[in-house]
Write a protein that binds this ligand. Structure first.
Ligand code: NAD
Length: 490
């Protein structure tokens, strides 16, 4: 990288296709706003099918040469991209906070977290092994080799504007795939900045293409990729209804799919838990990104013997959390992403209170700070008939459910179509083994609230989707296995 770019130099408003910045073919644009103030940051390209097709054309032209690079060459490019991201950690962190609203320290933390996947997959690029199959017949040699699936379409959500897209692009490029990507309409700027840094780090033209689109134009733009048989894989993080839509609509060309979808994470605290550790773990897991995280605990089950003590300690700490704009270094919780998000949170809390939940902390919008702020909230006496028990609230709200037996807790925890993350606190080794086995989830936190790591497989079961990101398994979704059978060797 020649020189370090400042925040305003990282803000790009055009699509990045074939190594060049270009406006949408229609010339349309839409506004990206700061959720703290509603102020427009910039107007970005509002892409349609023609732009999606142009991105695929570029990815198709670039694919043969990128597929044929040596793994070590791809690793070197990814390492340079990683270095550029780390070098720009402060400015990228500011950009995340600006368009997404999370506090500055969390924005910077997300940069380093996202970058860790790039470093991880740079190394993994050089470890894509196949198999020599033990000989079955004389004169025949059988082997299995792994090849990149082809063009990958990546569609990502707004809650982690850098990490979600980095952990898709990095394994795709490591495997030898080329990428067309569409970030969420609320937060396209960080993805475009990543494309800029990738280009400067030596990712060849056409290997990575990023287009932006408004919510309205997203459907026809993505439909272009779904129908195009050259696009061999969709990797998606977002809501379950959209994931199902992508699965249905891509069936016509039978694409490979990775779907990281919604969760409804249970967090169980047993009577034999270390209560202070459980409160600390819950605060870390729940209030990261203001509760707008797919692995955030959504339902907190507390055993009767410690319910009141746990609730009191939690409420005291939650009431002390500092809410404010990302620009205030003291802020621990920023604004929610948009009006839709804040309305859903208010609807869930009102429904719970109307059904008898008691507010121990928060429980209201903070209109004095701006339109998108909600107070960190603890609700006691939550029940399974409340909306927040079956839907992800995606905000800073902790509902506390009381339970008596281990069986009751497991039954309630698994009583959901979702199965992404789950958590429990207990100091009984036999209970730990039992509960970990019985929870229906792709991820289980045991006496731990912070689970994310590039070295671990991240993903869900049930309607939270399929596929894994990160870890040694994270490349599998971008590779297909080719069986070679060579005869006439005697
Ligand atoms: P969303 O599903 O509305 O949007 C995600 C992406 O899909 C965006 O880029 C959006 O533009 C695009 N999209 C929306 N409708 C589409 C359509 N009809 N066709 C094609 N693309 C479409 O989700 P969101 O509101 O951005 O994100 C919140 C959701 O994401 C939550 O449910 C959360 O649990 C989930 N999430 C899951 C994970 C995970 O790893 N499992 C991580 C983060 C968020």
């Amino acid at each position: 990288m020649s020189s370090r770019l400042q925040l305003d130099q990282l803000i790009r408003a055009d699509n990045f296709i074939d190594g060049a910045w270009q406006p949408a073919a229609s010339g349309q644009r839409f506004a990206v706003t700061d959720p703290a103030t509603g102020r427009t940051i910039t107007q970005v390209a509002d892409s349609g099918p023609a732009d999606a097709r142009a991105a695929t054309d570029a990815a198709a032209r670039a694919f043969p040469a990128w597929r044929d690079t040596l793994p070590g060459e791809r690793a070197a490019v990814l390492r340079r991209w990683h270095a550029a991201i780390v070098e720009h950690a402060d400015a990228l962190g500011q950009l995340i906070s600006l368009e997404q609203g999370k506090p500055l320290a969390e924005g910077r933390g997300e940069v380093m977290y996202g970058a860790s996947y790039v470093a991880w997959f740079a190394d993994e690029a050089t470890r894509i092994y196949g198999d020599i199959i033990p000989q079955q017949q004389r004169g025949k040699r059988m082997s299995a080799v792994k090849e990149p699936v082809g063009i990958v379409a990546a569609i990502t959500p707004w809650n982690f504007p850098l990490a979600m897209i980095a952990r898709k692009i990095a394994p795709a490029l490591a495997a030898g795939c080329t990428v067309v990507a569409k970030p969420a309409e609320d937060t396209p700027l960080t993805a475009l900045a990543l494309a800029l840094l990738a280009h400067e780090a030596g990712v060849p033209p056409g290997v990575l293409n990023v287009i932006s689109a408004s919510r309205e134009n997203t459907v026809p733009a993505v439909a272009e990729w779904l129908a195009d048989s050259r696009v061999r894989k969709i990797t998606f993080t977002g809501s379950t209804p959209v994931g199902k839509h992508l699965a249905r609509e891509s069936a016509g060309t039978l694409k490979k799919l990775s779907l990281e979808l919604g969760g409804n994470a249970p967090f169980i605290v047993f009577d034999d838990a270390d209560i202070d550790a459980a409160v600390t773990g819950l605060l870390a897991a729940k209030f990261r990104n203001g509760g707008q995280t797919c692995v955030c605990p959504n339902r907190v089950y507390v055993q009767s013997g410690i319910y009141t003590r746990f609730a009191d300690r939690l409420a005291t700490q939650v009431a002390a959390l500092k809410v404010g704009p990302a620009t205030d270094p003291a802020s621990q919780i920023g604004p929610m992403i948009n009006a839709r998000a804040i309305d859903k949170i208010a609807r869930h809390v009102d429904d719970a209170v109307n059904q008898g939940a008691r507010v121990l902390a928060g429980g209201r919008r903070l209109t004095e700070l701006g339109p998108n702020y909600y107070a960190p909230t603890v609700l006691a006496d939550a029940t399974s008939s409340m909306q927040l028990s079956c839907e992800e609230t995606f905000g800073p709200v902790v509902p506390l459910f009381r339970f008596d037996s281990e069986d009751d807790a497991i039954r309630a925890a698994n009583d959901t179509p979702f199965g992404l993350a789950s958590y429990f606190y207990s100091l009984d080794v036999r209970r730990i083994d039992r509960v970990a086995r019985q929870l229906e989830a792709g991820i289980v936190g045991i006496n731990e609230g912070a689970l994310a790591s590039e070295a671990a497989p991240f993903g869900g079961v049930k309607e939270s989707g399929y596929g894994r990101e990160g870890s040694k398994y994270g490349l599998d979704d971008y590779l297909s296995i080719k069986y070679l059978c060579q005869g006439g060797l005697q």
